[in-house]
Design a protein around this ligand. Structure first.
Ligand SMILES: NC(=O)c1ccc[n+]([C@@H]2O[C@H](COP(=O)([O-])OP(=O)(O)OC[C@H]3O[C@@H](n4cnc5c(N)ncnc54)[C@H](OP(=O)(O)O)[C@@H]3O)[C@@H](O)[C@H]2O)c1
Length: 342
């Protein structure tokens, strides 16, 4: 396939190039796009390099697949242009997720939806929803989720390179700092503190990820509600969330309280999770996988599986996953692999 990656220098785009190579995706030609700041930059790919281009008229000509890893306004503008040039688009931004003619797909959960993309655009959900639903879908299939109450613990890399830089510049030590600086690709103090978040993120917890929207819930919280309903084909699913930013470089974690239509005990849930694709149940007696353990690997890790003692048919669980891999780039490559199979 002739593949274009838009935003190839960003956190997700960099991971995307790495995964295309790692998974032996059949790339016959790769074109990498980023801003004018990166024009001409050589990005490592498949033992050689690919030179970064800027977006311009005709830049997608001849491509079969374009993966979009830039912010929403750029995706809104350039995704339809990629489709018009004959490519299928896999989009990691939020630009098209609420469009009824654009499927939102988690590869392990609703892959068949990718085959019904009338606009030629397939969206990946946001990284928090992706991690959560990879774990919850097998339980939903077995016992139908009636309501879920979720708290997220979201890494700073969810806010892109500026988020990584901000934490790294505020912290002078800590696990993962060197890797974060390498990924951020710049001197940590360049942006200074406080550009992304108005309060320090190092050594802090900010109980508001995303911007505040309807009824006081944030954009991240509403995404989790609406995208979960769309992916699970459950328009009446009751869901509520509190999305929190924590000083973790990579890896989103969630604590979920999930009520089902029928009794689903811990043992049955554990058996379902043990064979679920893309999930590893960490049930070794500790059962408490941390964000650092989930970062850099493909599956999401589930632990702390408990039967809620306060009401029937309800489980509490913890899930953590790499927001740049399963949360974005890996899912996009998995969707591209589905397209190749077709
Ligand atoms: N980070 C996550 O965990 C995550 C997870 C799921 C989805 N997403 C979504 O994925 C997208 C990318 O996120 P990210 O975290 O990778 O962001 P990022 O690290 O900030 O990277 C942004 C990318 O956009 C490029 N860009 C900026 N202006 C451009 C322009 N005018 N023309 C072309 N390219 C331009 C940048 O190129 P330069 O390097 O040249 O500036 C860079 O490659 C966003 O929509 C985000 O919401 C992110």
């Amino acid at each position: 396939m002739r593949v274009g990656v838009v935003g190839a220098t960003g956190l997700v785009g960099t991971e995307m190039l790495r995964l295309l190579e790692e998974r032996d995706f059949p790339v016959t030609e790769l074109r990498a796009f980023a801003s004018a700041r990166s024009e001409g930059r050589a990005l490592p790919f498949a033992g050689g390099t690919v030179t970064c281009e800027v977006l311009r008229d005709g830049c997608f000509d001849g491509l079969d697949l374009v993966v979009i890893d830039v912010d929403d306004p750029l995706a809104l503008e350039w995704a339809p242009r990629a489709v018009a040039a004959g490519a299928t688009v896999v989009d990691n931004s939020a630009a098209f997720r609420s469009d009824p003619d654009v499927p939102v797909v988690v590869a392990e959960v609703n892959p068949d939806d990718a085959r019904d993309a009338p606009k030629g655009i397939i969206a990946c959900p946001n990284c928090t929803t992706m991690v959560l639903l990879t774990a919850l879908a097998p339980l939903h299939r077995a016992a139908t989720i009636r309501r879920m109450v979720v708290a997220s613990y979201q890494a700073v890399s969810g806010a892109g390179q500026p988020g990584l830089r901000e934490l790294a510049s505020q912290w002078t030590a800590g696990a993962g700092r060197e890797e974060a600086l390498r990924r951020a690709g710049t001197v940590p103090d360049l942006l200074g503190a406080g550009e992304v978040w108005s309060r320090p993120i190092a050594g802090n917890v900010i109980p508001q990820a995303g911007s505040v929207k309807e009824a006081g819930y944030t954009s991240e919280e509403w995404k989790l509600v609406h995208e979960s309903r769309k992916i699970l084909h459950a328009p009446d699913l009751r869901a509520t969330a509190t999305c929190v930013r924590v000083p973790v470089y990579v890896g989103h974690s969630l604590a979920a309280n999930v009520e089902f239509e029928r009794p689903l005990g811990r043992d049955e849930a554990a058996a379902l999770l043990a064979v679920a694709p893309g999930v590893v149940l960490v049930d070794d007696g500790h059962g408490a996988p941390t964000a650092l353990e989930g970062a850099g690997i493909d599956p999401v890790l589930v632990g702390r599986l408990r039967e809620d003692q306060s009401q029937p048919n309800t489980l509490d669980l913890w899930v953590t996953g790499d927001n740049l891999r399963k949360g974005a780039a890996l899912n996009a490559v998995q969707l591209a692999e589905l397209l190749v199979q077709d």
